[in-house]
Design a binder for this molecule. Structure first.
Ligand code: SI3
Length: 318
């Protein structure tokens, strides 16, 4: 697909749409019968904004079970999030990645049509790109389907299994291949690669959004511009307190908040922490029924959820 020329307006809108601060990787509300439930998205937006102080969402990503949804479901969700965000949220980032290039292009074009703030793409992880150039070619073809929409690469090697392509290397000359490239959603623990990206591409003004919530403070120290994660759905307020402490150079307070949250993370990660747990915690925190995850993911047990909620309340996180 060829790039169409972008207007100056598109260029300037990209500059003004720089993403900063917390972004909630949303869950996809589902009814008990497994159908998506669009009717609660409006309340969800109000909860994120008014209770958690979160003003940007990342929809149809991992936490949203995006790759377990049909193309039509993903379009309906993107449209509803964009519609409900009007006048409330700062941005809606739509994840359009897919194992199938044509589907990703269709979803990218749709995101452009509905005026999503940005799109993001994860690497295809079943038939994997054999090298960096193959991955760039895939990403370029998807981005070209939305030539005026800011583009973020979604780096999550733990789930894609693509562990040999470092972001520092992927970004070399990327703007010449993907003119809409704006940054990386970096969901990996490798703070060497992360720090090198922030340092080496400062002049290109790329945005680096960190995606491992349990060690966000370390990434802030390395220059993260913001964070995208599942837990900002329900501990966004506490995380915002940490961001504020860091910004005001009260590093002792920031560290205390991160360590408090790590008591929660340490427990859930050691006892099992997938979308089933996230949806159940979110249902309790927001009082909005998020429903079950879609197979093959499993619902969490009532016993385990009770233990999590008791712990979160004892930590002051709920
Ligand atoms: C593997 C995974 O789900 N990672 C989460 C984290 O927010 C994760 O839930 C958190 O760090 C707790 O481990 C995000 O990076 C994923 C994400 O942003 C998304 O749902 O698209």
């Amino acid at each position: 697909m060829e790039w169409s020329t972008r207007s100056n307006a598109a260029e300037s809108s990209m500059e003004s749409s720089k993403i900063r601060g917390l972004v909630a990787a949303t869950v996809t509300p589902m009814k008990e019968n497994g159908e998506i439930n669009l009717s609660v998205i409006g309340k969800y937006v109000d909860y994120l904004l008014n209770v958690q102080g979160v003003r940007i969402v990342f929809v149809n990503g991992t936490t949203a079970e995006g790759l377990s949804l049909t193309t039509e479901e993903r379009k309906q969700l993107a449209e509803e999030w964009v519609k409900q965000a009007v006048g409330k949220l700062d941005q809606v980032i739509v994840h359009v990645g897919s194992l199938c290039l044509k589907e990703a292009q269709e979803l990218a074009a749709h995101a452009a049509e509905i005026k999503a703030g940005a799109i993001s793409v994860v690497a295809p992880s079943f038939l994997k790109p054999p090298n960096k150039d193959a991955l760039i070619s895939f990403l370029r073809e998807v981005a070209a389907a939305a030539p005026s929409v800011p583009f973020y690469y979604y780096h999550i090697p733990k789930l894609t299994g693509i562990t040999t392509i470092r972001m520092e290397d992927l970004l070399v000359g990327i703007k010449s291949k993907i003119p809409t490239f704006q940054g990386v959603k970096f969901s990996d623990t490798d703070l060497l690669d992360f720090g090198q990206c922030v340092h080496k591409y400062e002049s290109e003004k790329f945005t680096f959004l960190y995606g491992v919530d349990e060690q966000l403070l370390g990434a802030l120290a390395m220059g993260a511009h913001g964070a995208i994660g599942s837990t900002y759905n329900y501990i966004g307020k506490t995380t915002n307190d940490m961001l504020a402490a860091f910004k005001s150079k009260d590093f002792e307070k920031a560290r205390k908040i991160q360590c408090l949250m790590q008591e929660f993370f340490s427990y859930v990660i050691s006892h099992g922490f997938m979308v089933g747990e996230t949806k159940a915690i979110m249902s309790v925190a927001s009082n909005i029924p998020m429903g079950p995850p879609r197979l093959p993911l499993q619902e969490t047990s009532n016993e385990y959820l009770t233990q999590i909620i008791v712990l979160m309340k004892s930590l002051g996180l709920l």
